[in-house]
Write a protein that binds this ligand. Structure first.
Ligand code: NAD
Length: 488
């Protein structure tokens, strides 16, 4: 461990409504400077045990509150986070490396909206009823919360994705033990400070900080946690599935992607190019929904490439707290090295790097020289079987390839193990419907990207996940359904 010159921010677990220190801590880095600035509890079985116990104690009271009472509390929490939006955005940017602009306009507003959305949607669910007149029977369904929900979230959209789980879980009457990523724990800790004021009873939301191997696995293996909602990598999901199998836990798994954008020669490039730049490089390319394979119909290939690369070069990389910066720092040194290694592999295979890594020079402000920065990188002439076209890179790197026919591009777009999202660009209505129907992806955007209606299902096919989240889907996941028959 390195010597710490400045006073560090020290986080504590939040268990049963109280902040509790931990016996050991791990270092957390500011990705834009490379400095350790925060210490995060290195929780294990003992801390998870205490948190599950607190959640179990709180469950009978919380689950017996009416949806309206719970809804009012969720709305209050949303108001409090919104009141502190700027402080949350600053903290998220510092902790994760993302630009302050992205944190201000996407992460924190969405965290607020997650609570408001589920505060509202919980009031509008109905159950089913059927009659069997000949048997003098009627049947109806009833839904009840499951119990203590285990929630595990990643580092790319820290508070956004954590609240996307906490909000529906508690709206449905469950109590929770949440474990954010050990690399981005600060905003979850800040949220805990607001829970009491919002009226969330002690023990309803417990947050245990620490690594996946210790805290995460203790939660997954805990016999009193019947349900795990996980967002993260496919590899970790396999481990969670294995570890939870002896308990037959209910799992929701939101995993990685290798998302294609398909650009037909009748696409409106004035819309397509800026949106595809965003879909490739927003949040440093660290969004599961980011585009990393761009298929361009041959007739417009050269034109697209010329314009796309010229625009990519304009993206400003630098200090995330500078509001004019478009690309902040990647999450860690190791991750930066991993992303860079993909570019090297592509070059070794004969692909052409058109801009970015290894081609253009990156000038960083003095204070950011040790940060984990990388230029938006565009690679052309990559073979479909190359690891750059098959594996999730999760950084500001996108591959551009040409195609000839609709049939061909559908097959090539589907030829990866993932199936999270896809984007189709064409002005032919028939074609966008046809292609969207045949793409193996849980979400298909046509002539746009990242436009979401939270009412509708979100999730991936194939190695991109199991289950869906959304108004109805999250309600179904976080509740048990029972069919009751009455003979009259
Ligand atoms: P990760 O799988 O390494 O970690 C995710 C979380 O799981 C972290 O909190 C981590 O501590 C925990 N974890 C790790 N090992 C564990 C274990 N054995 N048991 C229990 N918990 C464990 O993922 P990451 O690197 O934090 O996030 C990036 C990945 O997340 C990418 O693959 C990205 O595509 C994916 N992601 C998916 C979505 C989606 O909605 N589909 C959204 C965002 C990110």
């Amino acid at each position: 461990m390195m010597a710490h010159s400045k006073a560090l921010l020290v986080l504590e677990n939040f268990i049963g409504g109280k902040f509790v220190p931990c016996s050991s801590y791990i270092d957390s880095y500011n990705p834009s400077t490379g400095d350790v600035y925060c210490r995060v509890p290195d929780s294990g079985k003992e801390e998870v045990e205490a948190a599950v116990k607190a959640a179990k104690v709180a469950f009978p009271i919380w689950s017996s509150k009416s949806p309206l009472e719970r809804s009012q509390i969720l709305n209050k929490l949303a108001d409090l986070i919104e009141r502190d939006l700027e402080a949350f955005a600053q903290a998220e940017s510092k902790d994760q490396g993302k630009t302050i602009t992205f944190a201000r306009t996407v992460d924190i507003p969405r965290a607020v909206y997650n609570f408001r959305f589920f505060a509202s949607s919980i009031l509008h669910h109905t159950t089913e009823c059927t009659e069997m007149a000949t048997m003098s029977c009627m049947h109806y369904t009833s839904r009840t919360p499951v119990g203590v929900a285990g929630l595990i979230s990643p580092w790319n959209l820290p508070l956004y994705l954590l609240t996307w789980k906490i909000a529906p879980a508690i709206a449905c009457g469950n109590t929770v033990v949440a474990k954010p990523s050990e690399m981005t724990s600060v905003t979850a800790w800040m949220m805990c400070k607001l829970l009491e004021k919002a009226g969330v009873p002690h023990g309803v939301v417990n947050v245990v900080f620490g690594t996946g191997a210790r805290a995460g696995e203790a939660l997954v293996c805990h016999p009193d946690v019947p349900l795990i909602s996980f967002t993260g990598s496919t590899l970790t999901a396999q481990r969670i599935t294995e570890k939870s199998a002896p308990h037959c836990k209910r799992l929701s798994l939101e995993l990685g992607g290798k998302n294609p954008a398909i650009v037909f020669d009748d696409a409106d490039l004035l819309q397509c190019i800026p949106t595809t730049l965003r879909s490739s490089f927003a949040n440093q390319g660290e969004i599961c929904l980011c585009t990393s394979r761009i298929f361009i119909q041959r007739g417009i290939y050269s034109e697209f490439l010329k314009r796309f690369v010229a625009e990519a070069k304009k993206w400003k990389v630098g200090n995330p707290s500078d509001p004019t910066v478009d690309v902040g720092a990647l999450i860690s040194k190791e991750h930066l090295e991993k992303v860079r290694s993909y570019v090297k592999k592509a070059q070794a295979e004969g692909a052409r790097v058109l801009c970015g890594e290894g081609v253009d020079s990156l000038a960083l402000p003095t204070g950011n020289q040790k940060g984990y920065f990388m230029l938006p990188t565009v690679i052309a002439e990559v073979k479909d079987e190359s690891c750059c076209m098959q594996e999730e890179i999760f950084g500001p790197v996108t591959c551009v390839v040409a195609f000839d026919t609709e049939e061909e591009v559908i097959e090539r777009a589907n030829s990866v193990k993932y199936g999270l999202a896809a984007t189709v660009w064409s002005s032919n209505v028939g074609r966008v419907h046809r292609v969207a129907q045949r793409l193996q992806a849980g979400l298909v955007w046509t002539n746009c990207w990242l436009v979401r209606d939270l009412n509708l299902p979100f999730g991936g096919m194939k190695a991109s996940g199991i289950g869906r989240e959304g108004a109805k889907d999250s309600y179904e996941f976080f509740t048990e359904v029972k069919t009751i028959t009455i003979k009259h």
